[in-house]
Design a protein around this ligand. Structure first.
Ligand code: ARG
Length: 462
């Protein structure tokens, strides 16, 4: 078949080349963006007098027909058409005639066309992912409101450290996901510029008005250097990075759900709807969803590294290597959308086992720091000495086979004279959580402020 670019060629390309070269298999995913971009371009050509207004209108109508065909599965994607740009243009020419169809590509190149299509896709996908993150944060925040008094151990090194509330722990994730949302939003804002009209790499002598295209496609403005516009894929690297961070946060939450749903922890029961069984062990209920999200974080990180690596040695401007930019992004976007969505559903249905969490706080001497803080604040003992005395109290509890919080006033006094009758109330685990009133601390007053802050933020976005 004769190629659109075959003017200077004597021989036809090999079948092997055709298949190796084609991106239609995956860039057909960009059909909406491609057609929207072409319609805006045609409109601009008409308004600038480069095409007659009627010609522009005929092209736009033709493009709508092509769109309808694709959406109703009546469009045949063919390897010989190479990519979505040429496939759409070829079909347009069949519909409106090649004399007029052949005028659409005036003042444009596939280089700025693909830069536009891909950017539009990345922008739309960012907004979709932000929506999913928004819902997840809402879920975490409302769960937090219900669990201000659900006491659980806070961990460092996966060892019991200090008592916290489940609300506090979940809010830590809410704040991570809030930053993720903001990261997508700031990338969206930065990249909201239209590259079309950059042509192959150097702009065009035709009297175009790039601002018309930008406005039509709802960009905030236009890019400023044609060579940059067709050469860089930083907007794609940004969404891949944003997805990697988002998935890393999701993965850590999932890792905790996996640990917490184990026999050893028993902190959470993941609903049957989001668990699976074993083909051999009838008793098993596995947290596959959480494991898959944790696992898929590996592949989105791979996609990020792949694109960074593809781009790092390319001379300006467009190089065919850049055709490799798309599949990883499509994959990461799909992975992020589905992962965050299902994580949200799983969180909504998870049952937190408050009794087991409370029981766990009674192991590991969680109020030890409180006892040391008591010595510092009420007995004017230097913190290092207080740390040592408390260590002795812990050793005593261990030798008696009890938790520090279970020591009596008398037993404390035997450790050190400073541990008088006032000391014992500092061992209470709820009191320990409530004592941390510092900004960002575990006390309910502080946690409620965090919940309110996120609620306000969520409200302002709607
Ligand atoms: N299919 C190509 C891509 O995805 C479109 C741009 C082709 N441009 C070119 N000069 N060959 O990158």
């Amino acid at each position: 078949m004769k190629k659109m670019w075959s003017g200077r060629f004597k021989n036809e390309s090999s079948k092997l080349l055709e298949e190796f070269n084609a991106s239609i298999g995956f860039d057909k995913n960009l059909y909406r963006e491609d057609i929207a971009g072409s319609k805006a371009h045609a409109k601009m050509l008409g308004e600038c007098g480069i095409l007659k207004q009627e010609e522009a209108q005929t092209i736009i109508k033709g493009l709508d027909i092509v769109l309808g065909e694709i959406e109703h599965n009546k469009f045949e994607f063919k390897i010989e058409d190479e990519d979505i740009h040429m496939a759409v243009e070829k079909r347009l020419s069949e519909i409106i005639g090649s004399e007029l169809g052949g005028r659409l590509h005036t003042a444009r190149s596939r280089n700025d066309q693909v830069a536009l299509d891909f950017r539009l896709y990345v922008q739309r996908s960012s907004l979709e992912i932000m929506n999913e993150i928004y819902s997840l944060i809402s879920t975490l925040n409302s769960l937090s409101s219900k669990h201000l008094d659900t006491l659980m151990p806070g961990f460092t090194h996966l060892q019991h450290a200090q008592p916290v509330s489940l609300a506090y722990h979940l809010l830590a994730y809410a704040f991570m996901f809030k930053r993720d949302y903001e990261r997508f939003a700031s990338s969206h804002e930065r990249n909201n510029l239209c590259p079309l009209g950059s042509a192959a790499l150097a702009g065009t002598p035709h009297p175009i008005d790039r601002k018309i295209v930008a406005q039509e496609l709802k960009f905030n403005g236009v890019t400023q250097n044609a060579m940059d516009s067709v050469s860089d894929r930083d907007f794609a690297m940004e969404i891949l990075f944003n997805i990697s961070v988002l998935m890393t946060h999701a993965s850590r939450l999932c890792e905790e759900l996996i640990l917490w749903s184990s026999q050893e922890f028993g902190f959470v029961t993941i609903s049957d709807t989001y668990s699976t069984g074993s083909s051999i062990m009838p008793q098993k209920k596995n947290p596959d969803v959480a494991e898959l999200i944790r696992g898929k974080t590996g592949r989105v990180n791979g996609n990020l590294i792949a694109l960074l690596t593809t781009m790092k040695g390319l001379p300006l401007a467009y190089n065919k290597d850049m055709q490799e930019d798309k599949e990883g992004v499509f994959d990461s976007v799909h992975t992020a959308l589905t992962s965050v969505h299902i994580l949200n559903e799983m969180m909504k249905e998870a049952k937190f086992n408050e009794k087991n969490m409370l029981e766990a706080t009674k192991k590991g001497h969680l109020s030890a720091t409180d006892l040391a803080d008591f010595l510092v604040r009420e007995k004017n003992v230097p913190f290092r000495t207080a740390h040592f005395i408390t260590g002795k109290a812990v050793a005593k509890a261990e030798s008696l086979g009890v938790d520090l919080s279970e020591l009596s006033s008398e037993q404390l006094k035997e450790v050190d004279d400073n541990l008088d009758e006032n000391a014992v109330k500092f061992l209470d685990l709820h009191a320990s959580k409530e004592a941390r009133t510092s900004l960002g601390g575990t006390a309910n007053s502080s946690v409620q402020k965090q919940i309110n802050l996120i609620n306000e933020w969520l409200k302002n976005l709607r």
